[in-house]
Design a protein around this ligand. Structure first.
Ligand SMILES: *[C@@H]1O[C@H](CO)[C@@H](O)[C@H](O)[C@H]1NC(C)=O
Ligand SMILES: *[C@@H]1O[C@H](CO)[C@@H](O)[C@H](O)[C@H]1NC(C)=O
Ligand SMILES: *[C@@H]1O[C@H](CO)[C@@H](O)[C@H](O)[C@H]1NC(C)=O
Length: 472
């Protein structure tokens, strides 16, 4: 009787506190303590405890109550109904402890929360085990040759049709036969591919150091060679295709920039060169030894409809980058909202320099095979204006593509599949090898997809989060 009264009192008290428009939360409590448990609500002002429920030691049942953020509860081990004490029984050696154990927990987050009362009467957040992935439970001990499976399933279906079985039923059986028996083989192949890929990427880390420091390694062979004619200057240029995958392409284009265009860029850059920086993983930029170089940003001018300006060498060069990007990817990229051209200079201080100018392996965008993020980089053009005497090659370590550039040539690489927006998963990771002797001067244009005059590149931080959504 008293218990019921208390319960009613507790509900009334609860609803009074609750009316202050707090967030309603469902909490689940699982009792693994092996004891009967009494759940008390702790009044936030008076600290009085009010009994809410008694729980029997039944680990199967979950107890769900409706609560609110910041509410605090006390769990009290209920005394044995016969002895009236909380002493353990003599069999499990806990008989010395006569005190009833207590524990507290507080509702901390607005989502549903789950707690578990452990054997030693602690309350812990109950993290449910992840839902089993059916693919993980596929039995790989019984692999069948996929071609044999298809043949068997086909013959079985043909026989069943010949003996007058219902077409739809036979097709259903055929479907089950192929899918269930092919799944292990597909999983096995996927596991193998992942394993081989991990080994290849580990090995490429070592290979990058050797490849980068060996001046005698030649440019990798072409997969294909193409001619490309710019519709603006009508010049035909040769493109050496080094890698041609839907999400990952590497092209080396001969004579992409003229000496005059390079000189115009260098002149423009001279006064504003500063130490190069990289994305710091937190949305900003930082200066690191992994990227030693000087750089200057140059913003090319375009006509109001996005055409390169006649007689403006920098504008012409920048326009050619977008023209080539559109030639390869067909995404209709315009100069509006894009990043400026970047003039980057590396200086050689000899083989013994322990911190040579270089850019250690990195990706220009994200390269973990995810979907393109609106406004992110998806292609890069690196134009080689001055070639150093020793070093300074460009190495794509995971694609096994090495490029010893020539003056005026450019490397174009893209890291998006234009038909699906899926991005590269590591093949366009590259490094600017250390420069040992002489100067290396390049012009880089990063090309973004999803920017415009209204939402330009500068609206994003380096994690590609729109700054207006970024709390800045
Ligand atoms: C590659 O070279 C850099 C710079 O000399 C060095 O710090 C790094 O440990 C080397 N990595 C491997 C895997 O040898
Ligand atoms: C580099 O160091 C080696 C060994 O200390 C030395 O023999 C060589 O002369 C040095 N080379 C240069 C260019 O300083
Ligand atoms: C691909 O990305 C662009 C630019 O961010 C976006 O406009 C387009 O809707 C995306 N397409 C698909 C199929 O996701």
């Amino acid at each position: 009787m008293t218990r019921i009264l208390l319960f009613i009192v507790s509900l009334t008290a609860l609803s009074r506190v609750v009316s202050a428009a707090q967030e309603n939360v469902n909490i689940k409590i699982r009792n693994e303590s092996g004891h009967r448990v009494i759940l008390n609500w702790v009044h936030p002002q008076t600290k009085e405890t009010v009994v809410m429920r008694e729980m029997e030691p039944d680990p199967q049942r979950q107890f769900i109550i409706n609560s609110f953020v910041h509410h605090k509860f006390q769990l009290w081990q209920a005394p044995d109904e016969e002895t009236g004490s909380c002493g353990g029984d003599e069999d499990d050696g806990t008989d010395g402890d006569q005190t009833c154990k207590t524990s507290f927990f507080q509702v901390t987050q607005p989502e549903e929360q789950a707690f578990v009362i452990t054997k030693d009467f602690h309350v812990e957040t109950d993290i449910p085990p992840p839902a089993p992935n059916p693919v993980d439970n596929i039995d790989l001990s019984n692999l069948e040759d996929p071609t044999v499976v298809l043949e068997k399933c086909k013959n079985q279906a043909a026989k069943r049709l010949e003996t007058g079985n219902n077409y739809e039923a036979v097709m259903k059986e055929y479907h089950i036969c192929t899918t269930t028996r092919l799944t292990p083989a597909i999983k096995y192949i996927n596991d193998e591919v992942r394993f081989e890929r991990d080994i290849r990427i580990d090995a490429s880390v070592n290979a990058e150091n050797f490849t980068c420091t060996d001046p005698n390694i030649e440019t990798s062979p072409d997969v294909r060679t193409e001619e490309w004619t710019s519709s603006v200057d009508q010049i035909t240029r040769t493109a050496h295709i080094k890698l041609d995958r839907p999400t990952s392409r590497i092209h080396v284009i001969e004579n992409f920039a003229s000496i005059d265009e390079c000189n115009a860029m260098e002149e423009e850059a001279q006064d504003s060169l500063s130490v190069a920086s990289t994305a710091d993983g937190k949305g900003g930029t930082t200066i690191s030894l992994g990227r030693k170089a000087m750089q200057a940003a140059i913003r090319p001018k375009f006509s109001t409809d996005g055409e390169p300006l006649e007689g403006d060498l920098i504008s012409q060069l920048s326009g050619r980058v977008y023209e080539y990007t559109n030639h390869v990817l067909g995404l209709g990229i315009t100069p509006f909202g894009q990043e400026p051209l970047m003039s980057i200079q590396y200086f050689g201080r000899g083989y013994n320099d322990t911190e040579p100018d270089r850019y250690t392996p990195h990706c220009d965008g994200k390269c973990v095979g995810q979907k393109h993020i609106d406004g992110a980089r998806m292609a890069t053009m690196v134009i080689y204006c001055t070639i150093p005497e020793k070093g300074g090659f460009t190495n794509f370590q995971n694609a096994n593509v090495h490029v010893k550039p020539s003056q005026g040539s450019a490397i174009f690489f893209s890291y998006i599949d234009p038909s699906t927006n899926m991005t590269d998963d590591g093949l366009t990771q590259h490094s600017g090898c250390p420069v040992y002797d002489g100067e290396k001067k390049i012009i880089t244009q990063w090309v973004r997809y999803g920017v415009s005059s209204d939402v330009p590149h500068s609206a994003f931080n380096t994690l590609n989060v729109l700054k207006s959504n970024d709390g800045e």
